[in-house]
Ligand binder design. Structure first.
Ligand SMILES: Cc1ncc(COP(=O)(O)O)c(C=O)c1O
Length: 209
C-alpha cells in the first residue's frame, strides 16, 4: 500500500483507531467535522469519542457521495476537517474536497475502509487526504487490522507514538474486566437476566450503548 499510495503507512489494529489517532492529531477538541450522514454508525461514534462535532454533509442523490456544491458557503465556515466515506467503494469527490480544504486551510481525512481498490481522477482513494485510513478486515480476509496513510512522512514517528499510547493498558484490572466482559454478558443472556442486568446498570449510572 505504501507503493500504491506513494505514502508512508502505519499499521493500526482497526480503521477506527487510525481515524481516532488522525482526528485527535488534526482537530482541536470541539471542532466541527463535515461528514456523510450515510455511514456505519461506528464512524459517527469515533468522531464523538475524539471530542468533535459531526456536521452532516449534503449527498448526491445519484450515488450517495458527498456533494460539495450542495453545501452553502456559510456551511464551510468554521469547519475543522472534512471526512470522506467512500461508501461501498464508491469514491467521494476527493479532488474537489481537497481543493476546498486547501482553500480553507483544514485537513481532509479519507475513510477508505471500503475503498482499498478504488480510484478517483486516476489516483487511488487515500492519496488525497492529509491522512487516510483503511480497514484490512473488509478486504483481505485478515479479520482485523488496518492502516493509517500519511501525506507527510515526517509525522510517522509522532503518530505511531500516539497509537502506542492508546494501546497501552491503563490498568491491568480494566483490561481483565474488558476481556471477561463478553463471557459475563453471555452468562447474563443465558440465565435470562438481561432486563435485571440493564436495570441494575441504569441504577448504577453505568449503562452504555
Ligand atoms: C465506512 C467505514 N469506515 C470504517 C469502518 C471501521 O473499520 P474497522 O472495523 O477496521 O475499524 C467501517 C466498518 O466497521 C466502515 O463501514
Amino acid at each position: 500500500m505504501r507503493r500504491r499510495l506513494g505514502r508512508e503507512c502505519l499499521y493500526v489494529p482497526s480503521c477506527r483507531l487510525g481515524l481516532y489517532v488522525a482526528l485527535r492529531h488534526w482537530c482541536a477538541p470541539g471542532g466541527r467535522v463535515l461528514m456523510s450522514p450515510v455511514n456505519d454508525d461506528v464512524i459517527l461514534f469515533v468522531v464523538l469519542a475524539a471530542g468533535l462535532r459531526p456536521v452532516q454533509a449534503p449527498l448526491r442523490a445519484r450515488d450517495g457521495s458527498i456533494d460539495p456544491a450542495g453545501l452553502p458557503e456559510s456551511g464551510w465556515r468554521g469547519l475543522s476537517a472534512v471526512l470522506t466515506t467512500n461508501l461501498y467503494g464508491n469514491p467521494d469527490p476527493a479532488p474537489e474536497l481537497r481543493a476546498r480544504c486547501d482553500a480553507l486551510g483544514i485537513p481532509l481525512i479519507e475513510d477508505a475502509a471500503h475503498a482499498i481498490g478504488s480510484e478517483v481522477a486516476g489516483r487511488p482513494v487515500g492519496a488525497f487526504g492529509d491522512a487516510s485510513v483503511f480497514s484490512l478486515s473488509k478486504h483481505v480476509g485478515a479479520q482485523s487490522g488496518g492502516f493509517l496513510a500519511l501525506a507527510d512522512p515526517g509525522l510517522r514517528t509522532e503518530l505511531s507514538r500516539a497509537r502506542d499510547a492508546l494501546l497501552e493498558p491503563s490498568r491491568l484490572t480494566a483490561e481483565l474486566a474488558y476481556a471477561l466482559r463478553p463471557y459475563a454478558e453471555a452468562g447474563v443472556r443465558g440465565l435470562r437476566l438481561v432486563r435485571a442486568a440493564r436495570a441494575a446498570l441504569r441504577l448504577l449510572g453505568r449503562e452504555e450503548r
